[in-house]
Design a protein around this ligand. Sequence first.
Ligand code: PMP
Length: 462
Amino acid sequence: SAAPAPQGPAPDPAAGRAVHAADRAHVFHSWSAQGQIDPLAVAGAEGSYFWDYEGNRYLDFASGLVFTNIGYQHPKVVAAVQEQAAQLCTFAPAFAIEARSEAARLIAERTPGDLDKIFFTNGGADAVEHALRMARVHTGRPKVLSTYRSYHGGTQQAINVTGDPRRWASDTGTAGTVHFDGPHLYRSPFWSRTEEQECARALEHLERTIQMEGPATVAAVILETVPGTAGIMMPPAGYLAGVRELCDRYGIVFILDEVMAGFGRTGTWFAADLYDVVPDLMTFAKGVNSGYVPLGGVAISQKIAETFDQRPYPGGLTYSGHPLACGAAVATLRTMAEEGIVEHAAHIGETVLGPGLRELAERHPSVGEVRGVGVFWALDLVRDRTTREPLVPYNASGKDNAPMAEFAAAAKRAGLWPFVNMNRTHVVPPCTITEAEAKEGLAALDEALSAADAHTAEAGGE
Ligand code: PMP
């Protein structure tokens, strides 16, 4: 079972039961059938670990929801939030506030190209909402193109451009939103054999979509630089440059969503840096301050900023650029630079996670593909490596999802908190994870993958 927590207070199961009971009485949880969930009561967290009230400690290979890039309770960020709270907890967005202007300056300094103006939101979904609105007002065009294999947020427009099935229950149809197929060689619906073929296929398909929709009706193409929730699918070389070129040719705003991939996760400040591409708008959240206080935003290019130089931008939020959130961002970004955390994430990916995951794939027949970079990896789990049949059917629930549920339970018994989505597990620990911790996580994954192996064709399982 999971290792005991070395830090934190002594186990207190009774307190845990009280927290759990109050949660079940009054907290309405995201994305869940309320009667079917049993949330773990968490007593505390530090660095790469959190622990429950029973004394079980978990290595967090999910970084919460892929946001604690700097780990839990980093003392410099905690101190910055405390100092900001003592100095000025809150102030309306129309004023110039030190924490806000400094956060904007530090973000603009890191974002690629001329993305030098920052519009602040409270998280990722509202960043996507505002990026889309900026593109529509800037172009005067109605439609937005996005990929099926994507997640852009849980609010109305953001869930509409999202491709994954969580969209279905509240989908308003394609009004203003058109989905297309981005590149993904491992599961290419067109049986591309090489990354070059898949790249050409995807670009041709996107251009065809633009032409069929009518270029003068398309305001924006929005992509995750590296689609995260949908499976950490590294785009083939040349794809993003090709999209940039198509957007320029047809006067379309190019939006990169870096909510998950940004701020060190890929071992670079932004995933866009890996591909040397500069979008017109870039959304961010999560890693900007590791979620210590909710914050997101849109980094805006010169060209789009000019549109709103002499005419008002028709949008805003009461808590835009909240001082506590911005104070946390300033401390996070300074600390990441001072402590070389982005370079560390790249190093861990190259020397521990990449080689370690590939070694696991050699020994475990349930691993169909390993893909990723930095601290941003996915294992695509399959029943059969030859046919690539996923370990569980698309969007499976209940009994159909049992192999993934067994995998997750085995990981937790081994002291690892995994990120699981459909037939994949994502290895997305904090950027600050140490080499020893990463190795500990790989050993726990080794145990958990044996549970998945039992369901492969090779094992003769179901
Ligand atoms: N875009 C991407 C790429 C994301 O991964 C997420 C969150 N997982 C969002 C947008 C939405 O962010 P939030 O949950 O902060 O609204």
